[in-house]
Design a protein around this ligand. Structure first.
Ligand code: 4AD
Ligand code: MG
Length: 462
């Protein structure tokens, strides 16, 4: 049999020929003489119309009564119909039911709410919206690999189980083989992790960055692309407990070099999906986010704004906007502030750079002013932060002092410090939140609806 995608791409090739196709029934309408099936096998976003006539097939009653999502094999002739809404259709000679479906199939032909679809995560990939989302998700993953591979970056697989807290934010899922109801204890009563399989307290990774820096000092340019985990209990449309992150790390690159790569990458991804998934993107533009395509075309053809944190805070203070959280120098920007900057002031993606050191991670390079670090976040309209990055502190003594200052255990970072001792150089990197990138590319409004199986607080059934 032939994939429906092949027919959509080259209908002329199959015109007036007998073909066999297979798929699931998405729509089925019939009179007492003839009927239509919208058939989809998932290989292409749009269905193929199958026409069946009582005179032409010998099981007309069975087919006319088929429930949605029944799987069928159709043999018939492909007929070009250039004057009709569908440019071709299959005139069936034989329809065999390969997998019947119950009439109570939950995805009937109407709009379902995203909340309802989340409850049937085993069926929602069959709906139009999720056909489009997960095809685009797959393409964006491929585009990201292609972008970095074309530029000679080495793909590094960093560990998921690790002893390090890369962000120093303490948002980790602990991993242990100990019986925590009755754990071994040290003399002072603390849980004795030395008897755990990892020999010390271990957790799921929050970021592969620190391990990425190891490889950047060996291969110059590397990237990671894998799942990361955050045990933050934030119930927002942009946070998940399990999400995917892309983390390039570049030796001999400063913060500006890093922002150039980040900007090129985002434009590359957007161009790629608009070229490779035009049907899906048209669907988002029509049903999910009107104006999406115009906006994305504009974004790929414009320069992203770069503004310092200090300038951004001044702009927010001067704006006179009525924020829920006050803005002042030193504050960690809230989503409302980020979105105001990118949506109201600049109206395009922006980089905010040089944040106060107190609100950023320990590894970021200290600026000359003694107050800020060489950090940057990329903010986009509709979402806020999609990328966080920085130039890393490459000076051994400065880094060591910062680790002490923050009360972190220097011994835990011995290997990280040694990178600075043996040929440490200027280096920079960033992390792109994969799901937030998908949200930006599709206009989908909730991170739960771009993850095949979202893991958010209180949500892990499937
Ligand atoms: O800003 P973050 O925490 O930066 C890091 O982890 C650095 N180690 C990255 C680096 O420099 N290599 O996270 C990076 C991005 C954010 O900008 C956001 O897009 C996404 O990861 N992100 C989340 N996405 C979904 N759910 C969450 N809970 C997320 N937390 C961060
Ligand atoms: Mg961040």
């Amino acid at each position: 049999d032939i994939e429906l995608r092949a027919i959509h791409q080259e209908p002329e090739k199959y015109a007036d020929r007998e073909i066999t196709v297979r798929g699931w029934v998405r729509q089925n309408r019939s009179s007492n003489k003839f009927g239509f099936i919208a058939l989809n096998d998932g290989s292409f976003f749009k269905p193929v119309q199958v026409v069946y006539e009582a005179d032409a097939i010998d099981n007309y009653g069975e087919i006319a009564g088929l429930a949605l999502s029944s799987a069928v094999r159709v043999t018939g002739t492909l007929v070009l119909t250039p004057e009709a809404k569908q440019p071709f259709e299959v005139h069936a000679k034989e329809i065999v039911v390969e997998g019947p479906s119950d009439p109570d199939y939950p995805l009937q032909n109407k709009r379902h709410s995203m909340e309802f679809l989340r409850e049937i995560a085993h069926l929602r990939p069959r709906s139009n919206t999720f056909q489009a989302v997960f095809r685009v998700r797959s393409l964006v993953a491929y585009a990201i690999h292609q972008f970095f591979q074309e530029r000679n970056f080495v793909y590094v697989h960093t560990p998921l189980i690790t002893a390090s807290d890369a962000e120093g934010a303490g948002e980790m899922f602990q991993v242990t083989t100990l019986d925590l109801d009755n754990p071994p204890r040290t003399e002072d009563g603390a849980v004795d992790y030395s008897r755990d399989f990892f020999g010390k307290k271990a957790n799921l990774t929050v970021s592969g960055q620190l391990e990425g820096e190891i490889f950047a000092h060996a291969f110059r340019n590397i990237y990671t692309f894998g799942p990361t985990f955050r045990a933050e209990d934030s119930n927002t449309t942009r946070h998940a407990s399990e999400f995917w992150m892309i983390e390039p790390e570049m030796a001999f690159a400063d913060l500006n070099d890093m922002m150039d790569v980040a900007e090129d990458m985002v434009k590359y991804i957007l161009n790629y999906v608009m070229e490779k998934a035009p049907e899906e993107m048209a669907f988002f533009n029509k049903f999910i986010d009107k104006g999406l395509l115009d906006r994305l075309h504009h974004v790929v053809n414009s320069d992203f704004q770069r503004v310092t944190y200090t300038e951004a805070v001044e702009l927010l203070e001067k704006s006179g906007a009525d924020f829920q959280y006050p803005v002042y120098w030193g504050v960690d920007l809230a989503t409302e502030h980020e979105r105001y900057l990118t949506e109201q002031i600049f109206k395009k993606p922006i980089f905010v750079t040089d944040y106060p050191k107190e609100i950023k991670a320990f590894y970021m390079r200290a600026n000359e002013d003694g107050k800020t670090v060489a950090a940057c976040d990329m903010l986009v309209p509709g979402i806020g932060e999609i990328i966080g990055g920085s130039q890393r502190e490459e000076r051994y003594d400065v880094l060591k002092e910062r680790i002490r200052e923050l009360g972190m255990d220097e011994a835990d970072y011995w290997w990280y410090l040694e990178l600075r001792k043996y040929g440490g150089v200027t280096h920079s990197g960033f992390g792109l939140g994969f799901e937030r990138m998908i949200m930006y590319a599709t206009g989908m409004g909730n991170i739960r609806d771009v993850l095949p199986f979202p893991r958010t607080p209180k949500n892990a059934e499937f």
